[in-house]
Each structure stands twice: as structure tokens, then as C-alpha cells.
Design a protein around this ligand. Structure first.
Ligand SMILES: [Zn+2]
Length: 233
């Protein structure tokens, strides 16, 4: 399944608003592009250091927990692909999580290219643990940069039986392409989001509402179906 900002929003984590292009009152161009980082690295570090602290203070909600519990009932079969850079899925207990837009809990070295788990601020320009250079940046995919693990994700989606899009419209790349691949592969597709966008033709089901309400209910329905047929559906 693919999850987005809507699932973390109910834990109090805000992402940028497409309506005005602002993220916590900063312009996206300033805090989420390579050009913005080159122009004012101190501002960008302060911004992500603050996001990292806010994410740490946030707690997983009922939607995160419902997905983790679902994965427990069908071990090895639930893969969460998330656009979110927080670790609320992991802290809810999910183990198979791919962050296509990177993570606040990771730093990327611009000298040696390594990614490394990182929990501290980057504003003080700490040295890379691998090469010692002081050019660590947030390991977050900015506009204009390639998302992570796309090949692996397309392979997984082509084989899945169900593909859910949770807390994001599913209308933007790569979500839209992934839904198309899943539908083509014969998977049952579902959109669980606060609102529907104009084009939901690729979804078999559309469930509108806050993720903390729709996801636990939808996941419970899946579990009942599986129990009813005595195995995997
Ligand atoms: Zn390095």
C-alpha cells in the first residue's frame, strides 16, 4: 500500500499545502529544492531539524496501528510504501516500510554519497560517520530529485493482490502510475482519503473520511474476509 501526508496529519504532522505552496510558512522553493538548499543551507537545516523534533514528539495514530496489526495477521505480505518522512509507521510496529521521499531519521553525505541513520540536528554541520566530511544534508527527496526504490516498488506492486492508497490522492506521480500497474495486474485497488480527486476510475473502492476512522474499519473488513475464506484472498 501507499501512504501519504493524510495519515500523519492526524498525528499533528503538517506537510506542505499544494494550495499555496507553503510548508510551515516556508515557500517550497526555499526548503524543499536543491536550489533552495544551495542558496541558504542554514535555513534548510534549521527547517528539517525542527521537523525532526516535531516528528519525534508525535505519536502514531489508529491508522498507523491498524496497518501494523494487519501486517501481523498476514506476516510478510504487507508492504508499506510511504511518501512520509516521519517514522510513525515503524513506531506503530510496521517493519516493511519503504520511504520513497527519504526520512528525517537519515542523513545523506554529499561527499561520499552514503545514507546513515541520524537522530541529531544537522545545523551544526557534524561530520559524516563514514568519510568525516561536514557536508551532510537531510536525506529527504526534494522537488526535482529522483524518489527512492522505484524499481523495487513497481516490481512489488506488479505482484500484489491488493493495492491501497491511504492519505494521499493517488493522482500524482508516482502514485498514479502505481495504481495503474496494480489494476493492470488484477489487484483490488482502494483509495482511503479525506477527499476524492477528479479521476478515481482506477480504484475499485473509494472510502472517504479521516484515516483514523477509515483505515481501521477497512483493515478489519479485510481480516474478516480472510477469516471467512479460511486463508488468503
Ligand atoms: Zn561521507
Amino acid at each position: 500500500m501507499l501512504t501519504g501526508a493524510g495519515i500523519s496529519a492526524e498525528s499533528g504532522i503538517r506537510t506542505f499545502r499544494a494550495s499555496d505552496g507553503l510548508w510551515e510558512e516556508h515557500r517550497i522553493e526555499d526548503v524543499a529544492t536543491p536550489e533552495g538548499y544551495a542558496a541558504d543551507p542554514a535555513l534548510v537545516h534549521a527547517f528539517y531539524d525542527e521537523r525532526r523534533r516535531a516528528a519525534r514528539a508525535a505519536e502514531p495514530n489508529a491508522a498507523h496501528r491498524a496497518l501494523a496489526e494487519l501486517a501481523e495477521r498476514v506476516p510478510g505480505e504487507v508492504l508499506i510504501v510511504t511518501q512520509n518522512i516521519d517514522d510513525l509507521h515503524e513506531r506503530a510496529g510496521s517493519s516493511r516500510v519503504i520511504h520513497i521521499h527519504g526520512e528525517l531519521g537519515s542523513a545523506l553525505c554529499e561527499a561520499c554519497g552514503r545514507r546513515m541513520p541520524w537522530t541529531q540536528d544537522l545545523a551544526g554541520r557534524p561530520p559524516c560517520r563514514a568519510c568525516g566530511e561536514r557536508v551532510l544534508r537531510p536525506d529527504v527527496v526534494w522537488f526535482g530529485e529522483a524518489v527512492y526504490a522505484l524499481d523495487e516498488i513497481f516490481d512489488a506492486v506488479a505482484l500484489c493482490e491488493e493495492f491501497w492508497v491511504v492519505g494521499t490522492s493517488g493522482a500524482v506521480t508516482p502514485a498514479a502510475s502505481l495504481v495503474a500497474v496494480a489494476a493492470e495486474a488484477g489487484a483490488r485497488t482502494a483509495l482511503l482519503n479525506l477527499e476524492a480527486h477528479d479521476d478515481v476510475r482506477l480504484f475499485d473502492e473509494v472510502v472517504l473520511g479521516p484515516a483514523t476512522e477509515t483505515v481501521p474499519a477497512f483493515a478489519a473488513g479485510i481480516s474478516r474476509q480472510r477469516d471467512g475464506v479460511g486463508g488468503r484472498g
